[in-house]
Design a protein around this ligand. Structure first.
Ligand SMILES: Cc1cc2nc3c(=O)[nH]c(=O)nc-3n(C[C@H](O)[C@H](O)[C@H](O)COP(=O)(O)OP(=O)(O)OC[C@H]3O[C@@H](n4cnc5c(N)ncnc54)[C@H](O)[C@@H]3O)c2cc1C
Length: 367
């Protein structure tokens, strides 16, 4: 059974659709974000003083789903509003919140996450980017990988080593970096589908002491929460939904006799996606304020990624070889190329399984 939005969530989504429907055909995603921001619809779960509407994470989830299904770059929304904005709300200083959150919520500022490095993706303790103290702050040098939409971003939340003593979990700190600094170089790197990744080289990039987010050397403790904000995002789900829609359209294009033997598997894909949607909304509704439960989110992320992969596997095996070519098939080919990323990005599936297994072993199951 399809989960319906609650009336107040549906009302917010209707407002989002009104704003987007009112945009001209040439409006790019920045214009769409600015128009939504002007109505406090880009970050509805931020407090009003920072440009939001003070609504729940579940309302934000409904907006995210709407944006993803309308083809707006959900990654920009996800990483900026959730990945960078929410850590600032939770761990940022009052000055950081005042300075950055209204800009993010208004759609005037995009922000990137610079956490991963070659050799330090799932294991973020292996980063080699360092910050060394200078007269009025720090100088950051290193190379970050797999950042998305970075050329459009003004700032980035960047993990660095500020110390090497003690355990590998100590001595990691988080800084806000100005991506316009002359020491920042942003270069595209190949990707199987969609926007390229960007490699970001930082060469003695200067940050002032007030760019530190959270405690010095104690950044590791914040990272699960930072990544949790991203992981709870709906971009995995909306991929599964959009790809299912494209598969459904390609399926409908087939002659009736060819459709019949495939119908059962199509329904199975529909159920997987709907289950993933129910879990994603459950994770948002179950959140404690802005923070989703790590285990519930792990289930939701895994379910969305695996559902999306089931759709593309079915499309590749049964749909792409037969029938006339068209826009649905082109979308499905891009989806087939992108699908493997969904169980690697934002925490590989093995990490999600470890979380779930650990939780089951200590006896607590999904609520
Ligand atoms: C679309 C996309 C967008 C991204 N955006 C950003 C971004 O904006 N900012 C950013 O900092 N990073 C970003 N990343 C990086 C992403 O978070 C890392 O790529 C991811 O954590 C995997 O890192 P890795 O490539 O080093 O692979 P690894 O972590 O080395 O994984 C390689 C393989 O090993 C498996 N594996 C990993 N851990 C385990 C384990 N414990 N046990 C068993 N197997 C394991 C994985 O499933 C995978 O198949 C993005 C990645 C993708 C795909």
């Amino acid at each position: 059974m399809r989960r319906e939005l609650e009336p107040s969530q549906a009302a917010v989504v209707a407002s989002v659709n009104d704003v987007l429907d009112g945009l001209g055909p040439d409006a790019d995603f920045r214009a769409a974000f600015a128009a939504l921001g002007a109505e406090r619809l880009l970050a509805v779960h931020y407090p009003a003083e920072f440009g939001g509407r003070g609504l729940s994470l579940a309302h934000h989830a409904a907006v995210s789903e709407c944006l993803g299904l309308r083809g707006l770059p959900d990654v920009a929304h996800l990483i900026t509003v959730q990945g960078v904005g929410c850590p600032l709300l939770v761990f940022g200083t009052a000055a950081q919140r005042r300075r950055w959150l209204p800009e993010i919520a208004a759609g005037r500022l995009l922000a990137s996450l610079l956490l991963s490095e070659q050799g330090a993706g799932s294991d973020l303790t292996r980063i080699t980017t360092t910050a060394v103290p200078c007269a009025d702050g720090w100088e950051i040098s290193g190379r970050k990988s797999w950042s998305l939409l970075t050329p459009w971003s003004g700032i980035a939340l960047c993990s660095v080593r500020t110390g090497q003593d003690g355990s590998r979990y100590d001595g990691i700190s988080l800084f806000l970096v100005d991506l316009g600094d002359p020491g920042v170089r942003i270069e595209p790197a190949p990707r199987a589908a969609g926007e390229p990744y960007y490699t970001v080289t930082l060469d003695r990039v200067h940050v002032t002491a007030d760019a530190l987010v959270g405690e010095l050397h104690r950044g590791w403790a914040l990272l699960p929460t930072v990544i949790g904000f991203e992981r709870g995002g709906f971009d995995y789900l909306t991929r599964a939904q959009s790809w299912l829609a494209a598969a459904g359209a390609a399926f409908t294009d087939l002659p009736a006799a060819d459709r019949e033997p495939l119908a059962g598997e199509f329904v199975r894909c529909e159920l997987l996606v709907e289950n993933a949607r129910a879990l994603a909304y459950h994770a948002a509704a179950d959140a404690d304020g802005l923070e989703s439960d790590e285990i519930v989110t792990a289930y939701a992320k895994l379910a969305s990624g695996l559902a999306a992969q089931a759709v593309t596997r079915w499309a590749a095996e049964e749909l792409l070889g037969a029938g006339p070519d068209g826009p649905h098939r082109a979308a499905l080919r891009a989806a087939v190329a992108e699908a493997p990323e969904l169980t690697v990005s934002g925490g590989a599936q093995e990490l999600q399984l470890d979380l779930i297994a650990g939780d089951l072993v200590i006896g607590r199951t999904i609520r």
